[in-house]
Design a protein around this ligand. Structure first.
Ligand SMILES: Cc1cc2nc3c(=O)[nH]c(=O)nc-3n(C[C@H](O)[C@H](O)[C@H](O)COP(=O)(O)OP(=O)(O)OC[C@H]3O[C@@H](n4cnc5c(N)ncnc54)[C@H](O)[C@@H]3O)c2cc1C
Length: 565
């Protein structure tokens, strides 16, 4: 047990409650939260960032490869926001919120230039961005930092945030939002090291808590990516959209070591082969073959393995025709271990298989990043709608800065117009009781977590059908019934149990939406409904919480723009 947990009472909760008052509360420590916090400060309001781990050193951004799309047209002058908009919608299989995509296409360049002004160094030559060509993009438009390390983006941003006076509370998990049914009043957090409950009183709140890859047993997401924001929003009766759309990154190297294989490599001659040595992608996407978008590739790989044409549970990655310099520059995370292990990459066996990567679905927002609850904003991966049924490579980072800046601006403006209100003590008491109760059982968390995550992967992952999805719901319900029997030895472990409850909630939302969508579209593939159904399903699924606390589904038309860009 950690030293600073010793003062805690038996249920790992420090009895004194800390109260923090702020104009804008930003939740998260990744690029979306950082960009939002910096922008909100420009409006001269007080801004506090609360983050479950460390600012700029947590969340998926830290393991990301730093690709940011922007239609500068430096690699090909024909590129422009209109083509970028079009590529994003086509990849999203026409269910993206077009108003959000337009915002991203139009504002991307400005936001990337701002990142440079914050001290982020992108690869450049003669003052022009070196723009790489990723699958699904008509022109090369991905800008990278030289080392492909996420902290080269987040640490300069964190430095700026501190310089402009953003207050930071680290190691604190936001547990629930406080509201009066009409607007946000504050939130409750729990410090994982001190065991202290923190009550936030605020005028506006921005959720930038990232994705939920940890709900699946196979994922490349960081350990803190447990879907808290979706669960917190659902509990606050906020609308979520497209929760069935979860992206599986097609080529995670599983053998002879583990890393992410960059899509750019397929431009340089990498190939996917099944156990028969066949370039099977020719059957699934004859026009693009190995340069198909992620949804098509991940699904094809899973189907090949399902039909017995896999190798070591995956697919062979053939690097034999790639020039060494291209491998080194475009995928240092792959190249460096190859060199260290003394492998001849032209001859060695490499196996890849998909893993849970990115949540396209999320909290429903408009162009001002407003949610269905007044005073609550969302940005970054936790927000839904931009990417439709499938995200294009390197659109996630662009989304974080474009919508981060918007969330910060509009939340701060809302904050200026509103007051800090008194918090309902009864509600506060019930959240405190919930935190006290969690972790007082005897059972091991990992046993239940493993069962849930494996079921999610098996039943609600790459290949879905009604039977599997229903089985998944049963397993989730059984896990819920075990929550109070789980043990947490200290406040760090208590946070893990709180996270597990969030994971179950998100798993349920995903499964309910996946059951409802009786077609296959983008990353959502139903073996029992294998075709896309534009007649009935050119729609978004909105989920809210009903009076019994269960997910309630309704369908909406896709948000379109009337005039062209
Ligand atoms: C291996 C990998 C490589 C990638 N490469 C790229 C790429 O090259 N280009 C691209 O566009 N995208 C890439 N992505 C996706 C991209 O990294 C994410 O979509 C992006 O980081 C999302 O930013 P965010 O700020 O929304 O969330 P994150 O960066 O995930 O940050 C979320 C933050 O919220 C905090 N948090 C979570 N819950 C709570 C809570 N309850 N209370 C307080 N704090 C909380 C976390 O600790 C973290 O600090 C990659 C992802 C992975 C996994």
């Amino acid at each position: 047990m950690r030293k600073n947990c010793l003062r805690l009472s038996k249920n790992m909760v420090n009895e004194d409650i800390k109260i923090v008052e702020t104009d804008v509360l930003v939740v998260g420590g990744g690029p979306a939260a950082l960009r939002a916090a910096i922008e909100a400060r420009k409006e001269d309001v007080g801004v506090t960032v609360v983050v479950k781990r460390k600012l700029g050193k947590s969340g998926n951004a830290v393991v990301s490869h730093t690709g940011h799309n922007a239609p500068f047209g430096h690699a090909d002058p024909r590129d422009n926001p209109k083509v970028y908009f079009h590529n994003t919608i086509v990849a999203g299989k026409l269910v993206n919120n077009q108003k959000l995509v337009r915002v991203m296409a139009v504002e991307a360049c400005q936001r990337i230039l701002e990142l440079e002004s914050f001290g982020v160094k992108f690869e450049k030559q003669n003052d022009k961005f070196l723009q790489r060509h990723a699958p699904g993009h008509t022109y090369p438009r991905s800008c990278y930092t030289p080392r492909r390390r996420g902290i080269d983006v987040t640490l300069p941003m964190a430095k700026v945030a501190k310089e402009v006076g953003v207050r930071v509370l680290e190691e604190t998990m936001l547990v629930e939002i406080l509201h009066d049914g009409l607007r946000v009043l504050g939130a409750v957090g729990f410090n994982r090291l001190t065991g202290k409950i923190i009550v936030f009183k605020c005028r506006a709140l921005i959720l930038a808590t990232g994705g939920a890859g940890q709900i699946f047993s196979a994922t490349n997401n960081t350990a803190d990516t447990t879907g808290d924001g979706y669960s917190i929003a659902f509990n606050a009766e906020v609308e979520l959209v497209d929760m069935e759309f979860f992206q599986f990154y097609p080529h995670m190297l599983t053998y002879p070591f583990k890393t992410l294989v960059s899509p750019i490599l397929f431009k340089h001659g990498a190939k996917l082969l099944n156990s028969e040595g066949e370039r099977f992608m020719k059957r699934y996407d004859p026009a693009n073959v190995d340069l198909a978008t992620r949804d098509i590739k991940a699904r094809a790989m899973a189907l090949e393995v399902m039909h017995g044409r896999g190798i070591k549970g995956g697919i062979r990655l053939d690097l034999s025709e790639i020039e060494e310099e291209k491998l080194k520059v475009s995928n240092p995370h792959l190249y460096e271990p190859i060199k260290k292990k003394g492998l001849d990459y032209r001859k060695a066996e490499f196996i890849v298989y998909p893993a849970a990567h990115f949540y396209m679905g999320g909290i429903r927002i408009n162009e001002r990043c407003e949610t269905s609850l007044k005073g609550l904003y969302a940005c970054g991966e936790v927000a839904g709608g931009v990417h439709g049924a499938n995200r294009l490579a390197n659109n996630a980072h662009t989304e974080t800065v474009v919508f981060g800046a918007r969330a910060g601006k509009f939340a701060a403006r809302w904050a200026k117009e509103s007051k800090i209100e008194e918090i309902d003590q009864k509600k506060l008491y019930s959240i405190k009781e919930y935190i006290y109760r969690i972790g007082n059982g005897r059972e091991d968390l990992e046993k239940h977590r493993r069962r849930f995550r494996e079921s999610m992967w098996r039943n609600a992952g790459l290949l879905r059908n009604e039977k599997g999805l229903k089985e998944n719901l049963e397993i989730i319900n059984e896990c819920y019934s075990q929550i109070e029997s789980i043990r947490a030895e200290n406040s760090v472990k208590k946070v893990e149990v709180l996270e597990f409850v969030n994971m179950l909630n998100v798993g349920k939302l995903l499964t309910v939406a996946a059951l409802a969508r009786t077609e296959s579209r983008g990353a959502h593939y139903r073996l029992d409904y294998p075709e896309i159904d534009n007649k009935n399903w050119l729609k978004n699924i909105i989920i809210t919480k009903d009076k019994r606390g269960e997910p309630k589904i309704r369908l909406t038309e896709v948000t379109k723009i009337e005039e062209s860009l």
